[in-house]
Design a protein around this ligand. Structure first.
Ligand SMILES: NC(=O)c1ccc[n+]([C@@H]2O[C@H](COP(=O)([O-])OP(=O)(O)OC[C@H]3O[C@@H](n4cnc5c(N)ncnc54)[C@H](O)[C@@H]3O)[C@@H](O)[C@H]2O)c1
Length: 328
């Protein structure tokens, strides 16, 4: 397959690109380096410096490289920043996706995998969040992804586009060889913040709320290792490429198991052999008590088999990455 990977110089897009290349696919990374970095590019990928909002370049790249499928990661993803500068988020994320879809239409590309997020669900009250649940994003970042998904659905109804949207829960960890990891700030950063405390860059962790209606009172989230998330993209891309009829599917990407903030802190204490200092602050507006994915659909339909379903492993991998890059 010839695959265009927008945002392939970033955290998740780079791990996916490496896995695709290792499986023999041809990857063209398209990135504006706003948060991406050249060291993340695989030596065998083709790289095009460009912005997804460019009206012409993406279509030309698709035609010149006979692109079969687009994997669209390029986005801004800092939630607090999206509240301060909402228009930047609608522009980069929503208009960027819209422009890319128009480029696909003009160059005859009809297969698309979209990086979505659990933020499209908003303040969910359900124990497990499933793909059919109501979508009520509570910040411009989540809205920019929600609008993009709507555009994908509408375009798929014209039979000109087949797509899979993957809604990621909390992504963490680095590539197995520690060559790729997170450099930009993601939307939820408990594990990164814990690394900062453990490595001495922060005195203590601030925990927002310990009075949630959860077993230990701390907020609960579903953490997924980036290598497993990347593997989900590979199986999704291969399924979409082989499909004949209309595909417009959404899949949650998590493990379906939640860990509380306290359990994550305890994992770091076990890894380092020391208690991790933290202080409890009041809850922040809009922080749901628990967000855990129902992953029955992806497991049944994409034959995706995660290999790193282990909180300790995820925390250790992230810590090793930050040890390596913070000292670089
Ligand atoms: N990291 C997470 O926890 C998480 C969770 C849910 C969803 N996502 C989604 O996954 C995708 C990738 O996130 P990431 O964590 O790898 O972020 P990242 O910042 O590391 O990567 C984003 C990449 O996109 C590029 N980019 C941004 N805007 C661009 C534009 N207009 N034109 C061209 N390139 C552009 C950046 O340079 C960067 O290489 C995003 O769509 C994000 O919304 C991430």
């Amino acid at each position: 397959m010839n695959i265009l990977v927008t945002g392939g110089a970033g955290y998740i897009g780079s791990v996916v690109s490496h896995q695709l290349i290792e499986k023999g696919h041809k990857v063209i990374v398209y990135d504006n380096f706003s948060t991406g970095y050249k060291e993340a590019l695989h030596q065998n990928c083709k790289f095009v410096l460009g912005d997804v909002r460019d009206r012409e370049l993406p279509a030309r790249v698709m035609r010149d490289n006979k692109v079969d499928l687009v994997l669209h990661f390029a986005a801004k993803l800092n939630v607090p920043e999206s509240i301060i500068n909402p228009l930047d988020y609608y522009d980069n994320n929503f208009l960027g996706t819209l422009n890319l879809l128009q480029c696909c239409e003009r160059s005859g590309v009809s297969k698309f995998i979209f990086s979505s997020t659990a933020a499209v669900y908003g303040d969910t009250q359900k124990k497990l969040v499933s793909e059919d649940d109501d979508l009520k994003p509570i910040n411009p970042y989540g809205e920019s992804k929600f609008f993009s998904e709507r555009a994908l659905f509408s375009q798929s109804k014209t039979n000109k586009m087949n797509f899979i949207s993957l809604r990621y829960f909390n992504v963490s960890g680095a590539s197995n060889d520690l060559s790729l990891g997170q450099r930009s700030l993601g939307s939820f950063n408990l594990i990164k913040n814990l690394c900062d405390v453990v490595l001495g860059y922060k005195e203590q962790l601030e925990v927002f709320g310990a009075d949630f209606p959860t077993p230990d009172g701390f907020g609960v989230r579903d953490y997924i290792h980036v290598e497993d998330l990347a593997a989900a993209h590979v199986v999704a891309a291969e399924k979409l490429y082989d499909s004949q009829g209309l595909v417009n599917e959404v899949y949650n990407c998590g493990y379906g198991k939640g860990y509380s903030v306290k359990e994550v802190i305890d994992a770091f204490s076990r890894i380092t052999g020391k208690a991790v200092p933290y202080t409890i602050r009041p809850r922040r507006a809009g922080d749901p008590a628990a967000v855990v994915a129902d992953v029955s659909k992806i497991k049944a339909e994409l034959s995706w088999k995660p290999q790193n379903e282990d909180l300790y492993k995820i925390c250790e991998s992230t810590l090793n990455w930050f040890k390596k890059t913070r000292n670089a």
